[in-house]
Design a protein around this ligand. Structure first.
Ligand code: PLP
Length: 392
């Protein structure tokens, strides 16, 4: 009975519901890395209250004392239902999934299944910095295939990287980021099919990080890599953690295409010990019942992309921003401002606003920064004001 009013909030833009004072009470990385005079728009946490079904799932689990080890396939079934309803994809088979502790550890495990020590892993730079850190930490080699000027996959460059990677004699993999962090690019079905064809030609295995999949503009469509022709040999990592702000509630799913089922079957059993039971309950509730909240978020992010474009056009017109369809991230080319390789450092120092440093994203990152759009329009406006002050 008392659930209806609480859930009714899930139709309202969650980005407009918390004040700066409320956010500063948070103890997570976004809010505790810098002193209180710094406005943080860096790490990929969102300034949102949780969706009501997620709060309910966690609260009820705690009330039951249901904080033991995970069991069952509810998370995978919820993801399969979500994939069918949202993306029209009926090919996500629960028996070809495995629960992993989080997306990056899942990426590591998938790469261990299809490559060996010293083998090459192709990435489209600029890209999420842990792609470099985790891949090198597991004793694989990163091969860069920079995105094109339009921030989309450059197929000539990708083919060159695949050829180079395959020529070494080892087992090559391609770590696809879909949608792409930091640019927000949502790859089309045609592009993904072209990836699959190219990967097949060069014997490269595709591991797709699809963590941002649910977070696309209201008029955009995400295409799962495993759903495109040729994607059957792929492995994907999915999670509710980015879309519903659940990074602290660890859980994710590895999904195999039909022709990769044998690979996933080799995943050691102990990997399933890592995820949190309460995390799985939260992720499952988000996918099952968090659709209204997600759509309100997507609408709010559409507003924020337009707002950022308008603010920059008005106050910092030389900064180049190409609003994209996916993620809650914005990739800003600040080179015309002449602030050197790391403009985020200058904005932090002079403007007291924190962004992610472009050079960490690999080749193509110098002179750029990544801004986290998942905040209120007021704080986004304040962030651009601080940028303006920093270069005045
Ligand atoms: C592309 C991408 N992959 C993985 C992650 C991290 O996910 P997890 O915390 O589940 O490892 C992020 C976080 O921002 C991300 O943007």
């Amino acid at each position: 009975m008392d659930q209806a009013p609480r859930d009714a909030f899930d139709h309202a833009d969650p980005l407009r519901r918390l004040t700066l004072d409320e956010l500063r009470l948070r103890t997570s990385m976004k809010w505790r890395t810098y002193p209180d005079d710094v406005l943080p728009l860096w790490v990929a946490e969102m300034d949102v209250p949780l969706a009501a079904p997620v709060v309910r799932a966690i609260t009820e689990a705690v009330a039951r004392g249901d904080t033991g080890y995970p069991s069952g396939t509810a998370y995978a079934r919820a993801l399969a239902d979500f994939a069918r309803a949202r993306w029209g994809w009926t090919g996500l088979a629960v028996e070809r999934t495995a629960i992993v502790p989080d997306v990056m550890l899942g990426v590591v495990e998938m790469l261990k299944l299809v490559t060996g020590p010293g083998d090459p892993v192709v990435v489209n730079c600029p890209v999420y910095p842990p792609f470099y850190q985790f891949v090198t930490h597991m004793d694989r080699r990163v091969v860069e295939a920079p995105l094109g000027e339009d921030l989309r996959i450059d197929f000539t460059v990708l083919e060159g990287a695949f050829r180079h990677a395959a020529a070494g004699g080892g087992r090559a993999a391609y770590l696809l980021c879909s949608p792409h962090n930091p640019t927000g690019t949502v790859h089309s079905a045609e592009e993904l099919a072209a990836v699959a064809a190219l990967a097949d030609r060069y014997g490269v295995r595709v591991v797709a990080d699809e963590i941002h999949a649910p977070v696309v503009a209201l008029d955009a469509t995400f295409v799962p890599y495993l759903s495109v022709p040729g994607g059957e040999r792929g492995l994907s990592l999915m999670s509710a953690s980015k879309a519903w702000n659940l990074a602290g509630l660890k859980a994710a799913l590895a999904v195999a295409g039909p022709a990769a089922a044998d690979d996933l079957a080799r995943l050691p059993e102990e990997v399933s010990h890592g995820p949190s039971h309460v995390g799985i309950l939260a992720h499952t509730a988000a996918l099952q019942d968090g659709g209204d909240w997600l759509d309100a978020l997507r609408g709010g992010l559409d507003d924020n992309r337009r707002l950022l474009a308008d603010l920059l056009a008005e106050r910092l017109p030389t900064v180049h921003y190409r609003p994209a369809e996916g993620t809650f991230l914005a990739w800003l080319d600040c080179r015309p401002l002449g602030l050197g390789d790391d403009p985020a450092a200058v904005f932090l120092d002079r403007g007291r606003v924190a962004f992610s440093s472009g050079p960490l994203f690999g080749t193509g990152g110098a002179g750029h920064l990544r801004l986290n759009l998942a905040t209120s329009p007021e704080l986004l406006t304040e962030a651009v004001r601080r940028m303006t002050v920093a270069v005045a």
